[in-house]
Design a protein. Structure first.
Ligand code: IMP
Length: 428
C-alpha cells in the first residue's frame, strides 16, 4: 500500500501533525500539497515540541519531504522555519524539496490580507494574516510568482515589478495603506533565490517516480474539510482544497495512485477565526477543555472555540473524501464528563439536516440534535490498545463509526508519540 492521504475532517487543528508523524515513521516521502504558513502542525518528541507550518512533518523523522505545487510559500517564513528546526538539531536542507511550480507569498500578499481584514471590520474572516488568500488570488489570476521564477533573475525582476506596481495601486488607492518598495523586495527575493535554489525541483516527477518504485508516499493535508474553498463554510474558509482530491492536484499525482485516505477528527470540535460552530459549548465547559486540549492556535496563539463532536460535519468530510478510516484525536480531553453530547443532525424548522449545507443562510434557525452518551470518568491517557480504553470510551468511538459508516483506525489519547492507539497495521 504505497500511498496514504491524511486529511482534516473538521475546521483544521484536528491533530493531523501527530497522525502524520505516526504514518511518517514508515514512509519514504512526505508531501504537503495545499495551504501555507497558515497551517500549524505540532509534534512532541519527548518533551520537545515542534510546530511545523510550511515544512512537512516528515522532516522530524528525517524523511524526504516535499513542498508541493498546490501550496503557497512565503520564502522568508520558510527560511526562518528551516533555521529554527536546524537550530533544534533537525536537518532540513538534505531532505527538503520545493516544487518548481509552487506559488510564492510576498510582502504585498500579507499587506493586502491585513488591509482587507481591516476593511471587513466586524465581518472579517479572521484569517491568519499570512497572505494566503491573496497569494491564491494571484495564482488563479495567473499573475503569481512561482519558485521556478526565482531561478531566472530577469523573469523574477519583471514579474515582481509588475506585481508591486499593481498591488501598490490597490494598497494606496483602495485600502489607503502604505505602498511597498520594489528594489528592497527584489533584493530580498534574490537572496531567497540563492538560499532555496538547491531545493527547487520538479517534485511531481519525483513523487511519481517514488510511487512507481513502490515507495511509501504520505500526503499531509492541512486545514480541514470545513475550511475548503469549494465545500467549506464559504466565505469563512481558507483558499485551498483540504479535501482528499486536493492532494492530487496539489502534488501532481493521479487519483488512480492514491491507495488510502485517513480522515482526522478530534473527539470534539474546534474552530479558530470567524464563522459558525453549530455545536459550540458554553464558556465554562470550553474553559475546562481548553487547557487539557491545548486549544490555542499554533500559528496565531488565538484561543480556539470548542464544540461537541458534530457528525453532520464528519458526514460531509466522508462524502467529499471517502476516508477508509478515521483517526480520532484528543479523546483524553473528554475523560472527565458524566455525559457526552454527540451531534447527530441539525433541526431546521420542520426539517432535519444530516449533511452540512453549502450556504450559511441554510443554517438559519437550525439547532443541533444531540444524542447523550455516557462518559467514562477515567483517564484514557495511558491506553496503548483499544481494549485498554474504558467501555464507554469504546462505545463512543463505535457510535461514531455507526453514524458515519467509517471505522476508526487510530486513536490519540495525549500529545506524546506513545499515546497513540493504532488499530491493525499503520501502512497495512
Ligand atoms: P487563511 O487561511 O489565513 O486565509 O484563514 C482563513 C480561515 O481559515 C480563518 O478562519 C483561519 O483561522 C482558518 N485557518 C487557516 N488555516 C488554519 C489552520 O491550519 N487551522 C485552523 N484554522 C485555519
Amino acid at each position: 500500500m504505497p500511498s496514504i492521504v491524511v486529511i482534516g475532517a473538521q475546521w483544521g487543528d484536528e491533530g493531523k501533525g501527530r497522525v502524520v508523524d505516526t504514518y511518517a515513521e514508515q514512509a519514504d516521502l512526505v508531501v504537503r500539497s495545499q495551504g501555507g504558513s497558515n497551517a500549524g502542525h505540532t509534534v512532541f518528541v519527548g518533551e520537545k515540541q515542534f510546530a511545523l507550518h510550511l515544512i512537512p512533518t516528515g522532516i522530524i523523522r528525517g524523511k524526504r519531504s516535499v513542498i508541493g505545487n498546490g501550496m503557497v510559500v512565503d520564502p522568508e517564513y520558510l527560511l526562518r522555519e528551516m533555521a529554527g528546526l536546524e537550530a533544534d538539531g533537525v536537518p532540513v536542507r538534505p531532505h527538503l524539496l520545493i516544487s518548481e511550480n509552487v506559488t510564492l507569498v510576498t510582502p504585498y500578499h500579507k499587506a493586502l490580507d491585513r488591509a482587507n481584514e481591516e476593511r471587513l471590520g466586524d465581518r472579517k474572516i479572521g484569517t491568519t494574516l499570512q497572505g494566503i488568500g491573496n497569494a491564491y488570488m494571484d495564482k488563479y489570476g495567473r499573475m503569481g510568482i512561482r519558485a521556478i521564477d526565482l531561478l531566472d533573475e530577469p523573469t523574477l525582476r519583471e514579474r515582481l515589478r509588475e506585481n508591486v506596481e499593481m498591488k501598490n495601486v490597490l494598497l494606496t488607492q483602495v485600502y489607503g495603506a502604505a505602498p511597498l518598495e520594489f528594489e528592497p523586495m527584489l533584493a530580498a527575493f534574490l537572496d531567497y533565490a540563492e538560499q532555496l535554489a538547491p531545493m527547487i525541483a520538479d517534485t511531481a516527477l519525483l513523487i511519481n517516480q517514488a510511487l512507481a518504485a513502490g515507495q511509501r508516499v504520505l500526503f499531509e493535508g492541512a486545514q480541514g474539510t470545513m475550511l475548503d474553498v469549494d465545500f467549506g463554510t464559504y466565505p469563512f474558509c481558507t483558499s485551498s482544497n483540504p479535501v482528499a482530491a486536493g492532494a492530487c492536484t496539489g502534488a501532481g499525482v493521479s487519483p488512480k495512485l492514491i491507495d488510502r485516505v485517513v480522515g482526522v477528527a478530534k473527539a470534539y470540535t474546534t474552530r479558530v477565526g470567524s464563522g459558525i460552530l453549530p455545536t459550540q459549548v458554553d464558556d465554562p465547559t470550553a474553559e475546562r477543555m481548553r487547557p487539557i486540549g491545548r486549544e490555542y492556535g499554533t500559528t496565531t496563539g488565538r484561543a480556539r472555540r470548542i464544540g461537541w463532536l458534530d457528525l453532520v460535519v464528519l458526514r460531509k468530510a466522508a462524502l467529499l473524501s471517502a476516508p477508509d478510516s478515521w483517526a480520532i484525536t484528543h479523546l483524553d480531553v473528554l475523560d472527565d464528563f458524566d455525559s457526552i453530547p454527540l451531534c447527530t443532525g441539525y433541526r431546521c424548522g420542520g426539517r432535519t439536516l444530516e449533511l452540512f449545507p453549502n450556504a450559511l443562510y441554510q443554517l438559519a434557525d437550525c439547532e443541533p440534535i444531540y444524542e447523550h452518551l455516557p462518559g467514562w470518568r477515567q483517564p484514557t491517557s495511558g491506553a496503548h490498545k483499544l481494549s485498554d480504553l474504558p467501555d464507554n470510551a469504546r462505545r463512543y468511538l463505535d457510535r461514531v463509526t455507526e453514524l458515519t459508516g467509517t471505522p476508526v483506525s487510530m486513536v490519540l489519547v495525549g500529545p506524546r508519540r506513545d499515546q497513540t492507539i493504532v488499530v491493525g497495521e499503520t501502512w497495512g
